[in-house]
Design a protein around this ligand. Structure first.
Ligand code: NAP
Length: 543
């Protein structure tokens, strides 16, 4: 009997070091990004001790005897990973760094999402290091609060991993402080030996097709912000009056959005979805969500765990509109399993009266059609030349009627004042976390981590490896004597914030907001009822 890792896996590897027989894979060194969607436990090696279950921050690990039906497939998925990647052990343990004298290493981290939090946790593991974290919003945790779907509450538990860091006396928490508005990049350098930017990527790309300005063609990123109660999107509105919505792109964000559009009110009402979205979705007419992909099922961007979970949603059929569902020689195990699940969906009979998620492939948006607002999306199907070779966009065109198009085609980062920016990749240019100037030389003391470093890819735990890589570079520079400038201390920083009329919310302020939201949640039988307005949050922080 063994333990099994399931859908929620955040991949941060908290389970890996506690396993007495080292049977959880794949794991890499700092900055070595393993390309699987999740981690797996080798059932042959597992000794049934349960240490991994205790360590998992997101409740993704189950004993195989207690797997709910919707997760039973994961027993086979864990085992099949090791059939293709036999377990190898024997990595060297990493040496601990010696304690530093107080004030020898002060690091500023900009952003408070998972990448920032993992970097802070990693740095504070070295005695003597001081960390100051700055975040524009009065709330921490970035995409854990504003990205992880409301119906994935277990995944949000990952924030518990960061509590020790936030409560460490060497940690300074400065929420509601914006770089560029309240303090500058130069201010940060004057008060810290190193600055790590972890500002994420929150803007959507455009499709670049005619008609894109029509109201009703919206960014999935904005829709997510709206239903998550992100203060930037509290006033947004989405037309949910038609029976069909179309999502362009088939990554995990598209699947999140499709579920939120179709889940029954009673399911959403058990989550921390924003109140305004709960009301609007309860009145929604949407019965069908079409998810469009420009490539075929073998190249689908969603992960197999999220895809198979759709099949367990109440009152929702999953339709796969494609018959090219056989694996090819050399396909990785996750692709093989994705196609297995797709074949199962393709064989299912839809139930009358059910809502529908329809997956369509090999289809590219060509024009947003409408008169004053979106009325449809013209798409072009892929065709084949005389030799049978695929020619993108060479097939017939079709108008899909809808009043709501959500572009879920990836996120892009935005520039930070005073810091180099790569406009082509929409990231801060860097070499494994060291920020590079316009000539490609490392900028002394400036680092980057998370989506603004590597682009919008990976799950929450990917940021742990990413942050470890950046922090490793920072220590290399420290050991080379490159981070020895005299800098001002935390008292001077706090004085500067006062001079600038900043209104920082500290960790205790956030705890007060958190408590108030949870209290509102208890009254409504929900995990929390979020504040959407920053003024309300700040008032709760001070109450
Ligand atoms: P994503 O996984 O990169 O998917 C983007 C999708 O957009 C792909 O299907 C891509 O197609 C398509 N696309 C890009 N440009 C396009 C264009 N011009 N026209 C049509 N389609 C286009 O991005 P995401 O869904 O935003 O997710 C971001 C990251 O967050 C991913 O790593 C994801 O796994 C992670 N995430 C994870 C979870 C979870 O674990 N539950 C939830 C949400 C997000 P091509 O493949 O053909 O380029």
């Amino acid at each position: 009997m063994v333990y099994v890792i399931t859908q929620n896996c955040c991949k941060d590897g908290s389970c890996v070091p506690v396993c007495p027989v080292d049977c959880i894979r794949p794991v890499g060194a700092a900055g070595e990004f393993t390309d699987t969607e999740m981690l797996y436990i080798d059932p042959e090696a597992c000794v049934d001790c349960g240490a991994c279950l205790e360590a998992c921050p997101v409740d993704a690990i189950y004993h195989e005897d207690f797997l709910p039906a919707r997760l039973e497939r994961f027993t086979e998925m864990n085992a099949r990973y090791f059939q293709h990647h036999p377990l190898q052990t024997g990595d060297e343990p990493v040496a601990e760094r010696p304690t530093l004298a107080a004030g020898t290493m002060r690091v500023a981290i900009v952003g408070a999402g998972p990448a920032a939090c993992y970097a802070a946790t990693e740095l504070l593991g070295v005695e003597g290091v001081e960390v100051d974290l700055f975040e524009r919003l009065p709330s921490p945790f970035g995409l854990v609060r504003a990205g992880v779907a409301p119906d994935h509450q277990d995944t949000k538990l990952v924030v518990d991993v960061f509590h020790d860091a936030f409560e460490n006396p060497r940690f300074g928490c400065h929420l509601n402080v914006e770089i560029g508005r309240d303090v500058t990049h130069e201010d940060l350098l004057a008060h810290h030996h190193a600055v790590i930017y972890a500002v994420g990527a929150s803007k959507s790309y455009d499709l670049g097709i005619p008609g894109e300005d029509l109201p009703g063609n919206e960014a999935a990123a904005d829709f997510v912000g709206w239903y998550q109660g992100h203060p930037d999107h509290g006033g947004d509105q989405f037309d949910l009056s038609a029976e069909r919505a179309v999502i362009v792109g088939n990554g995990n964000v598209a699947l999140d959005v499709a579920r939120i559009l179709l889940l029954p009110r009673d399911r959403l009402a058990k989550t921390d979805i924003a109140d305004h979205a709960l009301q609007a979705l309860a009145d929604s007419n949407i019965k069908e969500v079409v998810i469009l992909a420009r490539r075929g099922p073998r190249n689908a961007a969603f992960s197999v765990g999220e895809f198979q979970a759709l099949g367990f949603l109440p009152g929702i059929d999953v339709i796969v509109d494609n018959d090219d569902l056989d694996p090819h020689a050399g396909d990785d195990i996750e692709t093989v399993m994705k196609l297995e699940v797709a074949r199962e969906y393709a064989q299912r009979q839809p139930s009358p009266g059910n809502k529908r998620i329809v997956f369509r492939f090999m289809t590219t948006p060509a024009e947003v059609v409408g008169n004053g607002k979106v009325q449809g999306l013209r798409v072009v199907h892929h065709g084949f030349d005389k030799t049978g070779r695929l020619v993108p966009g060479a097939g017939h065109t079709e108008l899909i009627e809808t009043t709501l198009i959500l572009r879920s085609i990836g996120y892009q980062g935005s520039p930070v004042d005073g810091v180099p920016f790569d406009v082509d990749q929409c990231i801060i240019p860097n070499d494994h976390g060291r920020v590079l100037d316009h000539d490609g030389h490392p900028l002394p003391g400036v680092y980057v981590t998370g989506w603004i470093k590597r682009g919008p890819r990976g799950v929450i735990g990917t940021n742990r490896t990413c942050a470890e890589e950046t922090v490793t570079r920072l220590w290399e520079d420290f050991d080379d004597g490159k981070l020895t400038r005299d800098v001002q201390d935390r008292a001077a920083l706090e004085e500067l914030l006062t001079q600038r009329n900043a209104d920082p919310v500290g960790w205790s302020g956030w705890c007060a907001i958190d408590t108030a939201e949870r209290k509102r949640g208890v009254e409504a039988s929900r995990p929390r009822v979020k504040f959407v307005d920053t003024a309300e949050m700040i008032a709760a922080a001070k109450a």
